[in-house]
Design a protein around this ligand. Sequence first.
Ligand code: MN
Length: 254
Amino acid sequence: MRILITNDDGVYSPGIAALAQVASRFGETRIVAPDVEMSSASSSLSASRPLTYKRTRLPFDVAGVEAYRVNGTPGDCVGVGTCVWQNVDLVLSGINLGTNLGNALWHSGTLAGARQAALLGLRGIAFSAPATDTEQPEFEILKTSVAAVLDLLMGLPSLRLVNVNLPASTPRGIVWTRQSVRQYDGKVVPGKDPMGRTHYWYTVVPVQATDEGTDRWALEQGYASVTPLRVDLTDEAALDEAKRRAEPPKVRLA
Ligand code: MN
């Protein structure tokens, strides 16, 4: 099995090295990741310029794994990586330094790496874990969790796109979850730059309540959260209601 590893924290992140170390036990592994941080890049692609693909040396030892940097987004990396390296079966993205829960999945570059794989007809699995600016995650603990989740998911090949969030410490277990979507935590906050000019930053506000069975709930409870996702955004209930309530006009519109 060929496993392509990407992320949105950049090719030199310790999280991608930890993921590649675990992945190399499951198959032939290669790292293809952005040359700089691309967090919140979502599924954007660099369609208006050419991309480069360059071999690089990582600051962390990942035996037997070649690493390449691409001057683009996580989606670019999966596109270029699977073009150069044929017959990839599985794309793993992460381990992101920071969780990707709930509505953050719309913005997550980590998930986008896995989603690009799903769009290309491959399997994609995204991994994220809590991180702060001051404390590095315990990567040995995270690696044990990643291995346990991969053992579970390797037996379920029909799950084509999966979002995984790992607690910082040893999980109480692994639970299947759904995405928590009741509250949106993205917020624009105005501030002043050193020259006194107003600027605006996107920030994340704390979510007040979590619903049982969701990704956020699982992580709060100390579980590893595994959420099967799909790329079909259709709102089936709204579609049925629209069909029931309004017949689109039969005539061609002017
Ligand atoms: Mn990131």
